[in-house]
Design a protein around this ligand. Sequence first.
Ligand code: TYD
Length: 141
Amino acid sequence: MNYKIIHIQKIGDQRGKLISLESLKNVPFEIRRVFFIFDTVKNISRGEHAHRTSEQAIICLNGSCYFLLDNGLEKAEIILDDPQMMLYIGKNMWRKMYNFSGNCILMVLANDFYDEKEYIRNYDEFLMASQLSKHETEHKK
Ligand code: TYD
């Protein structure tokens, strides 16, 4: 599964807490884009796509949100509910976000600019692409 949870150190004192994110230090790629998801409507899901080339690192700044991650063979459910928890998702991973709490703010860091062409939004196409990349990896061994 091409994902991992990265624990981010916080800097805290009697005034409160601070988290710093730096490319290629605690974020495992060069950050080229940042976007936020907020004001989500109750009982909706988002995502339901994979990226052919881009990587993302996601932090839930406020509230909580569930992620379903899927590599075409295995699935995992992750709950993001702590700003010190960064979910790294590599390429070719199907993701769905759901169960957003009312006050949820998701911050997404990406290693590339927005490009609709690198999205796979059709699940059957994703399954075909993931089978193909598995076959190519096995062929190289
Ligand atoms: P979408 O990928 O459907 O959001 P989610 O993954 O949360 O379900 O994106 C919603 C719209 O926003 C879609 O028209 C593409 C556009 N968009 C951008 O213009 N720039 C971006 O960086 C992102 C992530 C989306």
